[in-house]
Design a protein around this ligand. Sequence first.
Ligand code: TRH
Length: 403
Amino acid sequence: MSDNTVSLALFCKVVDNFGDIGICWRLARQLHAEHGIDVTLWVDDLLSFARLCPDLDCGAALQQVGGVTVRHWRGQGGAFAPAEVADIVIEFFACDIPPGYIEAMAARTPRPVWLNLEGLSAEEWVEGCHGLPSMHPRLPLTKHFFFPGFTTKTGGLLRESTLDQQRAQFQADPAAMAAFLAQYGVSATEAAATRVSLFCYPHAPLSALFEAWEQGGAATTCLVPHGVAADAAGAFLGAPALAGAVRTRGMLTLRVIPFVAQPDYDRLLWACDLNLVRGEDSFVRAQWAGRPFIWHIYPQDENLHHKKLRAFLQRYAAPGASLAPLSLRWNGAADHAAPELAGWPALWRQFQADMPDLARHAAAWEQQMLALGDLAGNLLKFAELLRQHKDGGPEKNSGIMPG
Ligand code: TRH
């Protein structure tokens, strides 16, 4: 962008859960570590953030973590000087940047590049909206929409440049994997079973899946982080689902592990044969684990998420007959004529049979996604293009953002 270090402000409002901050924290770290950007992450909920990043000081208004400046975003008030505005300003998921900051953006010379980083979807309309501009109704500012996605006409997916190497090293080292699992109490016998990590929303049909695993033909060890599916896990355990709790029934051992720091969550995915993931960030990380995964999608009104799920399943085009029906069942999106809980044991048997093919497909899909470049790099290229086009960038369309 210039000879000097580029500065970037990333605004994150935690709507619920961990995905908002999970994605922003990952992006912030990568922009700093791989591109030397001076990143300030504005985040309104430090407690949620600390679950993924135990190094965080929840009482600090301003702190440095992993090379990133973290600023507790306490509200919409405050006046800002143009000099306080970063070269690139990103709002995550259309969170409202403080009005005083926007005024300062308009007063700054040169004006910053302003992006709205959107949520991930495999639907086709994303390609048409990626990169669209939206002019401010009053100020001389244009915001551009940046969409993650699965095709070259989108911004791609978040992925660190050294991830492949780290994962390959870990997965090639059985002792490291065993030690990683052992720290959570996983015994050698448990580790020798089919290992599954479980991250889903509470409405998932867990009792049916647990029953299928219990009655399955091979031993399954399910590792569930503390706080995830706590009611269903507690019902299976017959006790509160606290970290360390474990119970074996039939062929299933369910073990509650701590909610781990974000880099360890990757290792957990890499150490398992199958990953049940949810939302956006864990869903993407499972795609980088090179192992079969099943997605529990974030629920939306009017079952909009079912359309998104189908769009992904179609794009993913998994081999075998089980991933799509199992995923639809898991998300309550199966044919209404089919009773929700029927057929789980058969579906699971079929899925197990498909797992080798699904693992090969996971590796091929990963290569396909790698060809898109990574989201952080794509975002910076887009920002540079916008900076070069002083009148708002290479606009495909024009639109007016709401006042
Ligand atoms: O927490 P989520 O359900 O987040 C969701 C989605 O992002 C959704 O799209 C969004 O609209 C909603 O939030 C507001 O699932 P997600 O996206 O997988 O984020 C979870 C994060 O938590 C991810 O960064 C991985 C991390 N994680 C850990 O660090 N340790 C753990 O033990 C676990 C289970 C997760």
